[in-house]
Design a protein around this ligand. Structure first.
Ligand SMILES: Cc1ncc(COP(=O)(O)O)c(C=O)c1O
Length: 410
């Protein structure tokens, strides 16, 4: 953003306090638009189900709603949020959907992708007691994400993933659903991988097609590939060797458009992007307080915290910029550490920065995914979020207050 400099950050700090998040709605819109247009020249029937869990700031979700995205939710809380925000089109995934919320979702026309026998039971019971209702559900399938060398690509190197039904389970599940006259309208193959490689999607899509054919799934309207894509890298992250939206779109479409079952049924291709559309939509600004040297090691302390920028505590340094009041050519290697009392509150490790004084700022980029939704009220109040365009600044979340905290307790 052109307008970001020391005095701009200082102005915002004076008005809203520090730390604070900056949100770039135009970037989010552009990411979603670009992902869609990677598919549409070859296949029009494409749906983006925005993954709420990745970042459900309501203002942001409102943008995806206006752009025609579906809400992809995985819990009662997210489902209720999507309904509250006015989403009519919702995809309900996740391993636990209790009966009342599952039935509510079915009645509202939500695309519910079942993940367990408990859910299958609930749906069949409901259909039995409401024989005239058109009950439509989806099935999450368990994908064997093993490459040609026999190694698993599942997230964290896990040998198998735990979500969805295996082929063996599907035999029982599909028989039961068909006997109960429940329509199977969606197949869902989301599988999180560590490498987010394009080739994973070839494996996923092939297995999904195989299941549709093996079980004669004639009513499929949604061919839901899930999320887990790469994209939306923050400035400063080298993404030159990473896949682009179009690489995924081409890999998926090359396979499905050459498949007879697919071109006969022409279901909507659903993608559920999270990280890949929101990672570069947020930055985090905190004030620098002091520089310390202890046993040869330099520390710079901010009023921000690692819990706000990478609550998963991964060890990668995110891209950052220091904004100082006076220019300094003197550089030091230091750890940028946070305001909590935890030794592990290390925001950046061994980074080179100019000499700072109290009141300088650090801006950390690429904090849009799995940050705000994962950040607890830990020691500090939750920070405000300021939406920034070329001409406007709008506060879309205020700072938490003591009243917010105590109102939950007796
Ligand atoms: C079912 C489902 N869809 C979409 C996503 C979004 O994944 P990502 O943020 O990696 O794109 C996830 C993440 O775990 C998921 O579980």
């Amino acid at each position: 953003m052109e307008q970001i400099d020391f005095s701009f950050l200082e102005e915002l700090a004076a008005k809203y306090g520090t730390p604070y998040y900056l949100m770039y709605p135009d970037v989010y819109e552009k990411n979603i638009g670009s992902f869609l247009s990677a598919f549409t020249p070859r296949y029009e029937n494409i749906i983006v189900g925005y993954s709420f869990k990745t970042n459900y700031v309501p203002y942001l979700c409102g943008i995806s709603l206006r752009m025609g995205c579906y809400a992809e939710v995985v819990s009662t809380m997210e489902y209720e949020l999507a309904r509250y925000l006015g989403f009519e089109h919702i995809i309900f995934n996740g391993p636990i959907k209790n009966k009342p919320i599952l039935i509510d979702a079915l009645k509202n026309g939500t695309i519910v992708n079942l993940d367990s026998l408990y859910e299958v039971d609930c749906v069949c019971e409901y259909k039995l007691s409401h024989p005239n209702d058109d009950v439509r559900i989806g099935l999450r399938v368990n994908i064997e994400l093993t490459d040609e060398m026999g190694s698993s690509r599942i997230q964290n190197g896990l040998r198998v993933g735990r979500f969805g039904f295996t082929l063996k389970m599907l035999e029982i599940v599909i028989r039961r659903l068909k006997q109960a006259d429940v329509n199977i309208i969606s197949i869902h193959g989301h599988t999180s991988s560590s490498d987010r490689a394009v080739s994973n999607y070839q494996i996923i899509v092939r297995q999904m097609l195989k299941i549709c054919k093996t079980f004669d799934l004639e009513d499929i309207e949604y061919f839901d590939i899930g999320g887990g894509f790469f994209g939306a890298a923050a400035k400063g992250i080298d993404a030159s060797h990473k896949p682009q939206y179009k690489d995924y779109a081409d890999a998926i479409l090359d396979i499905v458009l050459a498949d007879n079952w697919f071109i006969t049924h022409t279901p909507a291709v659903v993608i559920e992007p999270g990280v890949s559309v929101v990672a570069n939509v947020f930055s985090y600004v905190s004030k620098l307080y002091q520089s310390k040297r202890i046993a040869g090691q330099n520390f710079i302390t901010t009023d921000g915290t690692v819990f706000d920028v990478k609550p998963t505590m991964h060890s990668n340094n995110l891209p950052f910029t220091i904004y100082t009041q006076t220019e300094s050519t003197q550089l030091i290697i230091c750890d940028i550490v946070g305001s909590t009392c935890m030794e592990k509150d290390i925001i950046l490790k061994d980074v080179e920065v100019p000499k700072i004084q109290f009141g300088d700022y650090i801006l950390i980029d690429g904090v849009g995914a799995y940050t705000i939704t994962l950040t607890p009220t830990f020691i500090n109040y939750l920070s405000p979020i300021l939406s920034l365009t070329e001409n406007t600044v709008q506060q879309v979340r205020r700072r938490q207050t003591i009243n917010d905290i105590i109102s939950l307790y007796k």
